[in-house]
Design a protein around this ligand. Structure first.
Ligand SMILES: [Zn+2]
Length: 167
């Protein structure tokens, strides 16, 4: 049976110790499956499988399962859950968890993977650039400065530092 047995290792990423989203890995007392639990006054429990747009999400909606969207805080590098009401909050790029139901098989057993780490100080929100694009960008970035900083700036080399986009 999916979800029973060993604790899925990715629950440590989704629910690290002391996370501010108050997510906790927990084994269901009735069916023994590993769950993602959220203590928000009462315990809410979700199957430990990430549901993405497509067949899984469609199934979840057809089956009338309550969903929570997994949000990722890029600064804290922690996940938190936001309840989904009806089709509100359903996005094609969203990741979801379905509310646990002992009688129903989990819709997904897909592990959670956080968004790739961005370098501190990089231009957040920009799409990932290739090396050539980065060089082009840097050239454009540096070009007007050399003309402007004529006095007291030496030859301008080594004056300006900024984080590279490339890993
Ligand atoms: Zn259960």
């Amino acid at each position: 049976m999916t979800g029973r047995g060993r604790k899925p290792p990715w629950l440590r990423i989704l629910c690290p110790e002391g996370n501010y989203g108050r997510l906790k890995p927990r084994r269901c007392g009735s069916c023994g499956r590993w769950l993602v639990s959220l203590q928000d006054g009462v315990w809410e429990s979700y199957d430990s499988g990430v549901i993405r747009a497509g067949r899984d999400l469609t199934n979840a909606i057809i089956l009338g399962r309550n969903l929570a969207r997994i949000m990722w805080d890029p600064l804290l590098r922690q996940a938190y859950l936001v309840s989904v009401y009806g089709s509100c909050g359903l996005e094609p790029d969203g990741m979801y968890l379905a509310e646990h139901d002992c009688a129903a098989a989990p819709i997904s057993v897909e592990p959670f993977r956080p968004a790739p780490r961005r370098k501190r100080g990089s231009l957040a929100g920009l799409p990932r650039l290739s090396g050539a694009q980065v060089r082009e960008f840097e050239e454009a970035w540096n070009r007007p400065l050399k003309g402007v900083l004529t006095d007291g700036a030496g030859d301008g080399s080594g004056e300006r530092k900024h984080d590279e986009q490339e890993r």
